[in-house]
Ligand binder design. Structure first.
Ligand SMILES: Nc1nc2c(ncn2[C@@H]2O[C@H](COP(=O)(O)OP(=O)(O)OP(=O)(O)O)[C@@H](O)[C@H]2O)c(=O)[nH]1
Ligand SMILES: [Zn+2]
Length: 217
């Protein structure tokens, strides 16, 4: 079934529909968008703008839709995303998915932070569908976040759901709240990491760090 072809009324049904632990991101909750839009109309006025001028007429609704998209992680269940594609497999070497784009919003200023996540796990009887790892990243990133919690939540979800012999997560991001405003440092990058199990071993962690810094592609 192609959900994109559904009419607006039918899309309301999609709001409740979980697909592999994931609510379709084209969900369209008009009541919520209307509420957020009305707040933004007031905000525009408070900023000294004229919300009734032509260029801004649709802006409150556009912002509401954009914000709903930027926080759609609240509508997903990352553990279910992983469970939907776990396969029994006798493979016990490190699996690394690197350079996963991250787009998130800092919970302090509601400004974007963005960069890359590098994730590894060591299977313990089960592997997971590769695409599910970036989906888990998105599920936690598309919320109001701090980078440290994002890092830990991804690690804990993979560890608790897949029960591998170890999980490694490294995230590198630029925070617009540190470049567009505030301290105004344009080039600083924040790196966070979280490990479990066999990644406590320096050699294993070293192998992971080597793999994510290699140029092999
Ligand atoms: N640890 C951490 N801090 C973050 C993250 N995103 C933003 N911040 C910081 O959150 C802090 C909020 O500090 P406050 O002093 O309450 O806010 P502020 O007055 O706007 O601070 P400045 O950004 O220094 O102007 C700032 O230091 C931000 O750099 C994050 O992901 N992790
Ligand atoms: Zn911030």
């Amino acid at each position: 079934m192609d959900h994109k072809l559904k009419t607006m009324d039918q899309k309301q049904d999609i709001n409740e529909e979980q697909i592999d632990g994931y609510v379709k991101i084209d969900r369209y909750d008009q009541a919520r968008i209307d509420r957020i839009a009305s707040h933004y109309e007031a905000i525009l006025a408070d900023l000294g703008e004229d919300p009734s001028r032509e260029g801004l007429l649709k802006t409150p609704e556009r912002v509401a839709k954009a914000l709903q998209y930027l926080t759609h992680g609240y509508d997903s269940k990352p553990d279910e995303i992983l469970r939907s594609a776990m396969f029994k497999e006798d493979y016990s070497q490190m699996v690394v998915v690197k350079d996963i784009e991250v787009f998130s919003m800092c919970e302090h200023h509601m400004l974007p932070f963005f960069g890359k996540a590098h994730i590894a796990y060591i299977p313990n009887g089960y592997i997971v569908g590769l695409s599910k790892i970036p989906r888990v990243v998105d599920s936690f990133a598309r919320r109001l976040q701090v980078q440290e919690r994002l890092t830990n939540e991804i690690r804990d979800c993979i560890q608790d759901t897949l029960n591998p012999a170890g999980v490694a997560v490294v995230i590198e991001c630029k925070h617009l709240c540190m470049s567009m405003r505030g301290v105004q440092k344009q080039n600083s990058v924040t790196t966070t990491s979280a490990f479990t199990g066999e990644f406590a071993n320096e050699t294993t962690r070293g192998e992971f760090l080597k793999l994510i810094t290699s140029n092999l592609s």
